[in-house]
Design a protein around this ligand. Structure first.
Ligand SMILES: [Zn+2]
Length: 58
């Protein structure tokens, strides 16, 4: 129960195994379950650890 739980509306999660994305954080190759995208733009993907970086793309 903290600010970590609060999710922007444009943030969404993908069930494991449905799509495979790799975290865009430099040097991170983890599976990215969080996508960030503005309307009509390609999403940016980040893992749980780096998903805060995706908010820069919103
Ligand atoms: Zn990452």
């Amino acid at each position: 129960m903290s600010d970590e739980i609060r999710l922007p509306k444009a943030e969404y999660s993908t069930p494991p195994g449905i799509q495979h994305h790799v975290c865009e954080h430099d040097g991170c190759a983890k599976d990215a379950g969080w996508g960030f995208a503005k309307p009509k733009q390609a999403p940016h993907w980040f893992c749980f650890e780096h998903r805060a970086e995706g908010e820069h793309y919103l």
